[in-house]
Design a protein. Structure first.
Length: 174
């Protein structure tokens, strides 16, 4: 295979992988949005399902990363980029068209998606913490409303003086 064809094949494959990665990151963003909506609605079932889907996407990303890095490394060697210039931005600068355009569009769009995902994750974290605090407060309120766990008796079967009757939830007016 001619060196130019080999390089073209590597570039084609890298652009396909970039497309896959962008699609995956867009799906992550959609799932993060849905996860946040579920957290604000206190819908634990949907929250769990979206979290599982996110985990699957992250696993998929981890599986595809080695090949992207391998292709990137091969192209860095082909284009003889010095160590300090071995970045996607520097690689894009030396690529011929149409790969330069494809890689540049990928880089631009993936940056936008990742930034939006970071913003959504921060917002979701706040919503989930708030939801967790609300759930904890509800559990504490329920535990308090239940009162003491029944009349207490000591070892001789005598009613304990420390027993406090549970609140009936009514004031003195009835």
């Amino acid at each position: 295979m001619a060196p130019e064809q080999h390089t073209a094949d590597l570039l084609d494959e890298l652009c396909v992988l970039f497309g896959d990665e962008l699609e995956r990151q867009e799906n992550v963003l959609r799932l993060c949005l849905a996860q946040g909506a579920a957290a604000r609605a206190h819908d634990v079932g949907v929250l769990e399902a979206r979290t599982e889907a996110l985990t699957a996407l992250l696993d998929e990303e981890a599986e595809s990363e080695p090949r992207r890095l391998e292709l990137f490394g091969a192209l860095v060697r082909i284009y003889e980029l010095p160590l300090e210039r071995q970045t996607l931005t520097h690689l894009i600068a030396v690529l011929p068209e149409p790969w330069r355009r494809h890689a540049s569009e990928f880089q631009s769009r993936v940056r936008e998606v990742l930034e939006e995902s970071r913003r959504i994750v921060r917002r979701n974290t706040w919503a989930m913490r708030r939801s967790s605090r609300m759930a904890s407060a509800a559990v504490e309120a329920l535990a308090g409303a239940a009162g003491a766990p029944g009349r207490g008796y000591d070892a001789e079967g005598v009613e304990s003086a420390s027993y406090i009757a549970p609140s009936t939830g009514m004031d003195t007016q009835g």
